[in-house]
Design a protein around this ligand. Structure first.
Ligand code: HEC
Length: 175
């Protein structure tokens, strides 16, 4: 009986542990090695996702450095729109665009960002992209939750025109 059980046990281990072949376990030789390669926490994962979404939706104009292109696309790096005027305004810009005069870091711009760019991303990815912008290139604003994107979408559902900076700054209901 004992023999039978150990024989079955050996077969069981052999089937599931690939004969204890070390290659099955590589490249990690310990839990701590495996641990060291995991994303540190949810926020880090979210920001990594945001970087990808940013590169897809915003980088063509605002550039990888967040510095924009002089005379064409304003910077997001150290922009007041990315740092201090509130996530609600930035979400609105991403969803419906911005046109006309806008002051960024003391410099006047007068171009047009088309609407609909943010609509190409899921709520989660747009929140992640904006969070990535708000935490990169010297920016120091907090993370944005997908629920905030969802809330702005429902408040602005009927809108088809791009925003002007003046309209955004006059809004009472954004942080
Ligand atoms: C097709 C080019 C283009 C793309 C893509 C684009 N933008 Fe813009 N963005 C602009 C332009 C041009 C302006 C300035 C508009 C004006 O002068 O009124 C601007 C202005 C802004 C501003 C306010 C000014 C500043 O520099 O802080 C924010 C914030 C912003 N964009 C965020 C985004 C985000 C977020 C994305 C991606 C979801 C994005 N933009 C994608 C062209 C673009």
């Amino acid at each position: 009986m004992l023999g039978l059980v150990s024989y079955w046990g050996l077969l069981y281990m052999d089937e599931r542990a690939a004969g204890f072949d070390a290659r099955v376990y590589e490249p990690f030789r310990s839990f701590s090695e495996l641990d060291a390669r995991q994303p540190k926490d949810e926020a880090q994962l979210f920001l990594a996702r945001g970087k990808v979404a940013y590169e897809q939706a915003c980088m063509p104009c605002h550039q990888q450095t967040g510095l924009g292109v002089p005379g064409q696309f304003p910077p997001l790096a150290e922009s007041e729109w990315a740092n201090t005027t509130g996530a609600g305004r930035m979400i609105r810009i991403a969803l419906h665009g911005l046109s006309g005069e806008v002051v960024v870091k003391g410099q006047k711009w007068n171009a047009a960002m088309p609407g609909g760019i943010g609509e190409t991303l899921s709520d989660n990815d747009l929140a992640a992209a904006i969070s990535y912008i708000r935490g990169s290139w010297g920016n120091k604003a907090s993370l944005v939750k997908p629920a905030e994107v969802k809330a702005v979408k429902s408040k602005t559902a009927g809108r088809s025109q791009p925003w002007t900076a003046g309209q955004l700054l006059d809004l009472p209901d954004v942080e």
